[in-house]
Design a protein around this ligand. Sequence first.
Ligand SMILES: CC(C)(COP(=O)(O)OP(=O)(O)OC[C@H]1O[C@@H](n2cnc3c(N)ncnc32)[C@H](O)[C@@H]1OP(=O)(O)O)[C@@H](O)C(=O)NCCC(=O)NCCS
Length: 190
Amino acid sequence: MTDQDLMIELQRQNRDSLGFIPDSTLRDRYCKQATYLISTHRTAGKIGFLLFGVPRRNEALYIHQTCLQLDYRRRKHAAELVRRLAEIATAAGCTEIRLRCAIDLPANSFWRWFGAELLRTTPPKTPGSRALNHYALYLDTDPHPLFRSRTIQPCVQSASDFSAPPSSSVEPNDGSSLLLPGSTQPTSTL
Ligand SMILES: CC(C)(COP(=O)(O)OP(=O)(O)OC[C@H]1O[C@@H](n2cnc3c(N)ncnc32)[C@H](O)[C@@H]1OP(=O)(O)O)[C@@H](O)C(=O)NCCC(=O)NCCS
């Protein structure tokens, strides 16, 4: 299974939580720019992913989407993805990690568990969309205690792999890539 196939399949299985990113965007933005991380299980293979914006010095790095296969949840795989992203953000000189999460998702518990600070909640922008919680994860504070003593794992890519984005690239957290089911306007990045 390619990385893009995994993203497409998990999006299909988690439509209510993730919204929709077109295959062409997965391919031309995230895969081409290598702005994603993959979670791999030793026997099951690829089990999850995290999509993010282009890391830029002195700017926030945005998580656009993350998802783990149902059978492999609650085993700290997503936490490991976020921890790896924090390494990338730190190496690139980003100020913090930011993300948005629909207020009704269980994933809010994950972000709070990880130590994300709730910055604000914004109301639904369109009929059929949902209110969003906006979170920040600060890089200068320790991650969750669980990860303080852990050995750093090799990343799928490192910050040094990132070059200046092509001029046609989309700004971090433009939020334009996701459509919630039934809506026609971009609503949420997560
Ligand atoms: C959110 C998601 C990525 C978390 O992945 P995960 O690998 O299960 O998360 P972790 O195992 O790293 O969770 C770490 C801790 O976060 C909290 N947490 C995670 N998922 C939770 C849930 N559904 N309900 C309550 N707490 C949760 C728990 O405290 C957990 O530790 P514990 O299992 O020891 O209690 C996963 O549930 C998922 O893919 N959901 C569907 C897609 C989605 O909602 N994506 C995010 C949109 S903002």
